[in-house]
Design a protein around this ligand. Structure first.
Ligand code: TYD
Length: 206
């Protein structure tokens, strides 16, 4: 089972998923927790290039291709082998982030990004995608309040960009209702974590 976690910065997705993973492991499930961009040494190197705040000259298509390249490497080295061994892979961000950020917010078009990613992923779609939905104003305020988290090149985009990201994520949830579950991330931490575990369990036990 391949589960992906999507949503804006500051949606609390990482904390909620950490809590859910601990519970699932206690129940005896074998989980591989990973993230994009990155997750393997080569993919992490690509991540550093993409997110470097000094790379202000990066072209939008270059950015989209680098995310796809990092995704490919991560699939080959980590995700596919783990799925083959029957493990549950839970990945922070995947294809839908490219569709929302590069396709929607950057305006490159969902279909263009899908075709680049089709080449990169050979059609590997998640079985379940949790979308942590949150107003961008709230997400950005949470990041500003959380001094532990480093601000990256994408965080520095204007509010309008983050609104488009959210809109596109919600469109994707409608386009792929069989794999998307939307979680209201404006609720308190405990509620969000509880819901996250519930949704994962109901899909795993299906
Ligand atoms: P990260 O620090 O991992 O963000 P977060 O903690 O919010 O998950 O940085 C990843 C950034 O890259 C984030 O701003 C979203 C963006 N992104 C894309 O634009 N396209 C993609 O395909 C992926 C995977 C991430």
């Amino acid at each position: 089972m391949f589960i992906t976690i999507e949503g804006p910065e500051g949606s609390g997705k990482t904390t909620a998923v950490d809590t859910a993973v601990k519970e699932l492991e206690k129940m005896g499930y074998q989980i591989v927790r990973t993230r994009e961009p990155g997750g393997t040494p080569i993919a992490e190197q690509i991540r550093n290039v993409i997110l470097d705040k000094n790379n202000t000259a990066m072209d939008q298509r270059t950015e989209a291709l680098l995310y796809a390249a990092s995704r490919r490497q991560h699939l080959v080295e980590k995700v596919w082998p783990a799925l083959k061994e029957g493990k549950i892979v839970i990945c922070d961000r995947y294809l839908d982030s490219s569709l929302a950020y590069q396709g929607g917010a950057r305006g490159l078009g969902i279909d263009n990004i899908l075709s680049v990613n089709n080449f990169a992923t050979e059609g590997t779609f998640p079985d379940l995608t949790l979308l942590f939905d949150l107003q961008p104003e709230l997400g950005l305020a949470r990041i500003a309040a959380n001094s532990n988290r480093e601000v990256n090149r994408l965080d520095l985009e204007k509010l309008d960009f983050h609104r488009k990201v959210r809109e596109t994520f919600l469109e994707l949830a409608k386009r792929y209702p069989e794999r998307f579950v939307v979680i209201d991330a404006s609720q308190n931490r405990e509620e969000v974590a509880k819901k996250t575990l519930e949704v994962m369990l109901s899909r795993i036990c299906k």
